[in-house]
Ligand binder design. Structure first.
Ligand SMILES: Cc1cc2nc3c(=O)[nH]c(=O)nc-3n(C[C@H](O)[C@H](O)[C@H](O)COP(=O)(O)OP(=O)(O)OC[C@H]3O[C@@H](n4cnc5c(N)ncnc54)[C@H](O)[C@@H]3O)c2cc1C
Length: 463
């Protein structure tokens, strides 16, 4: 099919966020173009932990992974304390866990977007957006014959991932162009077939919190089948440090050599960056919407972003439709996507961002103590990880201190005080995000931002 000059909606990037956005934009009657710089067969191929929960599929009404897409179905999460003496098995009653084959999963999402009516073109490299009179009016790209093209759209959805060139070049006072390195994690992972040993804790994905072995990050061990695991680690990027080399060496020494005892076949390996901050201040401006990693819609605590990108793609498509139908794709009209996202998942991620900043500064002794004494229960941790909620009332805190014992409480007073402070800031920021300015009240945005920044200043100066 020939590329046309104009569409209602152009979606840049056919990852999980873009494929879902294009699928629903088409379903909602929009003339939709989906482009990706990759070759069609490579869509979905991404260095990833491959884990996601089952809930999103019912939420947006699409089929759950099955057949070749589904490598493994899990019961829950196992969390290990730094010294491995304590393990929590956490099962979310609302959902199962899936380990997907990223290529098969990505190909299915793409196929379904096309079936729904989206026009897909591969090997299209988007360089930047067309910007006129303060509006994004489409894309400037290099097509698969190497020709420069301009294609117009009423709404452009950037779902081109963390490295988004579009976000970097957009002229906007609402959308940030760059993400601070300290708000990102560099990860290295391998998928290995074990030849001589069984998979450890095969019904759960394992997360090992350890500042010693994975400073500022964690080690993961995700079963992908009876004899296959996805294992990796990540840590914050630091200016002036060769993090690629550091993280790979750390993986070899602290992950692979410690966890794998016998012969393996390495099926896949590679590194990737995950943004782990709260979502961008704004995910929209005139004629443009951001979805997925491009908008930093990733759980800051565990770096999971597949679910969030799908959720955001769905929400963005619904709001884009309203703009196109009203012939008004101004920031005021598209803002509804911002508001809907921020008061929901955005508020949870903002709270988790506060916790992430704090956790990166807790030492292993505190983490061992906190987990061993169950200052936080498995249920608490599950709630924190998925909902950004840390419920710690005064009576609750007192009863936990009695459980720990007064002497230990005094010895670890710093941790308890820090935890109480983090809890307060998490609650404050969540409430503030629930007050994210509504579409008719964008004038309140600078004041709202100022209040959010004040909370961030507090957490950053405390740790
Ligand atoms: C090592 C690692 C482990 C992870 N583990 C997990 C996990 O276990 N669970 C989880 O939920 N999340 C995990 N994540 C995060 C998850 O992979 C992402 O959040 C998710 O894939 C985001 O999808 P997306 O659609 O926003 O972007 P992407 O999947 O990055 O898709 C972007 C698409 O845009 C295309 N593109 C980019 N630039 C251009 C351009 N200029 N022109 C045209 N096309 C372009 C790319 O080719 C790509 O197809 C992990 C990430 C990493 C790096």
């Amino acid at each position: 099919m020939m590329l046309k000059d104009t569409y209602d909606v152009i979606v840049i990037g056919a990852g999980t966020g873009g494929a879902i956005a294009a699928r629903f934009a088409s379903k909602f009657g929009m003339d939709t173009l989906l482009v990706d710089r990759k070759q069609r067969e490579q869509i979905g191929n991404k260095i990833c932990g491959d884990a996601l929960g089952s809930e999103i599929f019912d939420l947006i009404g699409i089929a759950h992974p099955r057949g070749k897409e589904l490598d493994y179905k899990l019961k829950g999460v196992r969390l290990l304390s730094p010294d491995c003496s304590k393990e929590f098995f956490m099962v979310d009653q609302n959902q199962a866990g899936y380990l997907v084959n990223r290529v098969e999963f990505g190909q299915r999402l793409l196929k379904e977007a096309i079936t729904e009516g989206a026009e897909f073109h591969d090997k299209i490299h988007v360089r930047e957006t067309i910007q006129e009179n303060g509006y994004v009016k489409g894309i400037k790209c290099i097509d698969n014959d190497g020709n420069a093209r301009k294609i117009n759209a009423k709404v452009t959805i950037d779902a081109s991932g963390f490295y988004s060139q579009v976000r970097e070049t957009i002229e906007s006072t609402y959308i940030e162009n760059s993400i601070a390195p300290e708000d990102t994690i560099l990860c290295y992972r391998e998928i290995v077939r074990l030849k001589d040993e069984p998979v450890d804790a095969p019904d759960h994905i394992t997360i090992h919190l350890t500042q010693d072995l994975a400073p500022g990050g964690y080690i993961w061990y995700f079963p992908k089948g009876n004899n296959t695991v996805n294992i990796g680690t990540g840590g914050p990027r630091q200016k002036g440090m060769k993090m690629g080399k550091i993280i790979k060496e750390r993986y070899r020494r602290n992950v692979f050599d410690r966890l794998i005892r016998g012969e393996v076949e390495v099926l896949s390996s590679g590194a990737g960056i995950v943004p782990v901050r709260r979502p961008l201040w704004s995910l929209v401006d005139n004629g443009i919407m951001l979805v997925g990693d491009s908008g930093c819609q990733v759980n800051p605590l565990h770096g999971g972003g597949i679910e969030a990108s799908m959720r955001a793609g769905f929400m963005a498509a619904a709001v884009a439709r309203k703009g196109v139908e009203a012939n008004d794709c101004s920031i005021g009209k598209l803002w509804e996507y911002n508001h809907k996202y921020m008061v929901g998942q955005g508020s949870q991620f903002a709270a988790l961002d506060i916790l992430r900043i704090a956790l990166q500064h807790f030492d292993d002794e505190d983490l061992n103590f906190g987990l061993k004494k169950e200052i936080l229960s498995g249920e608490d941790i599950l709630k924190i990880a998925y909902a950004g909620e840390l419920e710690l009332g005064m009576m609750d805190a007192l009863s936990r201190i009695f459980k720990i014992g007064l002497l230990d409480s005094i010895r670890h007073a710093g941790l308890l005080i820090n935890l109480a402070y983090v809890h307060k800031l998490m609650t404050d920021i969540k409430k503030l995000y629930e007050l994210y300015p509504r579409a008719g009240k964008i004038d309140n945005f600078p004041t709202w931002k100022k209040r959010v920044n004040e909370i961030y200043l507090k957490i950053k100066s405390a740790f």
